[in-house]
Design a protein around this ligand. Structure first.
Ligand SMILES: Cc1cc2nc3c(=O)[nH]c(=O)nc-3n(C[C@H](O)[C@H](O)[C@H](O)COP(=O)(O)O)c2cc1C
Length: 359
């Protein structure tokens, strides 16, 4: 499933976001061989990071919190060894540089000379990012991505400032934070960093990322990497429909391994065929025309298929208005006077025995 990004041909539309999987050439080559279209290096700074431990933690089923810093290889090693080796193996390398304009100024040209295809700038402080873009633009003709944080600022305005400063595209988004988890046996934070704080990523952040990507796409036509919460082929299509040009993934690939990429790409192709979508370009921003000021105030029309029903009764349990009834022998009833047509009963039905359409 080839696609293009800044004129480069990528073997797939899945880009692996900066993180532990892209710690060095070895990790990046593994991702490339597993089907990634491009990989973003772990964020490179002049000096190597020393991480607090533990610095990664499962939180919920498909989400992570982490307080991992930038790369634990120094910049010189990335320039002399990691990027050239990954390039030699055919990897499309997006070099992530942080976390200040001064560091970008120093590192951008040597990293570009080492063979990076695209530069991405990222910072803990979103106010720094436009200046970092300017610093990169002064040093390279390579395409520049500005990676944005999802919260703490008006991302549409920040993206505009970055594009005006010379960015060619936007990566949306970094992980969300800061967040906290606590060990109940001791009361201590589960992560080992400053204040026990971390950053949230994975499935938990997907709906917020989708909304913000749609806002960015309404405002700008530049390439957008939609990164945050994608764990499945359906998620990838959602991300494209919200307005992403290509799909970023980090946490799900950490949790399931790079081997998940090949079946995910196959499923994406199957879903596109099933629903008659002819190309990735057709999917990009497909939902935007529905995201207008009109509300759907009509009722819902429910369909119940007793053959699919396992009588788990989840639809009954979740109805806040006690409008659903389901007998032992699978006779489903809806009290129309009580029902507010919220849709929750249909949305919790895992086997699609209870479905609805808008009327
Ligand atoms: C353990 C971990 C380390 C990360 N390190 C970096 C980093 O060094 N630089 C960066 O720009 N983003 C980093 N990220 C953020 C990811 O690139 C990505 O923006 C975020 O996780 C959202 O995508 P996801 O929900 O698919 O994981 C890291 C994420 C995780 C989980």
């Amino acid at each position: 499933m080839q696609t293009k990004l800044f004129g480069l041909t990528l073997k797939s539309p899945i880009i692996i976001g900066s993180g532990p999987l892209t710690y060095g050439a070895e990790g990046m080559i593994r991702l490339h061989n597993a089907g990634a279209g491009a990989v973003v290096t772990k964020t490179i700074r002049m000096a190597a990071a020393v991480n607090a431990n533990p610095h990664m933690l499962l939180s919920g089923r498909d989400s992570l919190i982490n307080c991992e810093k930038w790369a634990d290889f120094p910049a010189a090693q990335w320039i002399e060894r990691e990027i050239p080796q990954a390039k030699k193996a055919g990897v499309t390398v997006i070099a992530s540089i942080g976390m200040s304009a001064g560091e970008v100024s120093e590192l951008c040209a040597p990293i570009a000379s080492a063979g990076a295809d695209i530069i991405e700038v990222v910072s803990y402080d979103h106010n720094d990012i436009p200046d970092m873009v300017r610093a990169a633009r002064a040093k390279t003709k390579l395409p520049i991505l500005a990676k944005l944080p999802p919260l703490a600022c008006d991302v549409v305005k920040l993206a505009g400032d970055c594009l005006a400063a010379g960015a060619d595209g936007i990566t949306g988004f970094d992980s969300f934070g800061q967040v906290l988890r606590i060990e109940v046996t001791t009361g201590r934070p589960l992560l080992g960093g400053v204040k026990g704080a971390g950053w949230l990523s994975g499935a938990a952040i997907k709906p917020l990322v989708l909304y913000k990507i749609s806002e960015l796409r309404k405002a700008y036509s530049c390439p957008i990497i939609g990164l945050g919460g994608v764990t499945s082929a359906e998620d990838a299509l959602e991300m494209l429909m919200a307005g992403a040009s290509v799909v970023g993934m980090c946490s799900a690939v950490i949790l399931r391994g790079p081997e998940m990429l090949s079946p995910l790409l196959k499923q994406m192709a199957q879903l596109m065929e099933k629903y008659n979508y002819s190309s990735l370009e057709e999917l990009c921003g497909l939902s935007l025309s529905y995201l207008d000021a009109k509300e759907n105030v009509g009722k819902l029309s429910f369909t119940y298929n007793e053959h699919n029903c396992t009588n788990c009764r989840r639809c009954v349990v979740v109805c806040p208005y006690q409008a659903r009834e389901l007998s032992q022998d699978k006779v489903m009833r809806l009290n129309q006077d009580k029902c507010r047509y919220c849709g929750l009963c249909g949305s919790v039905c895992a086997v699609k025995a209870l479905t609805y359409r808008r009327i």
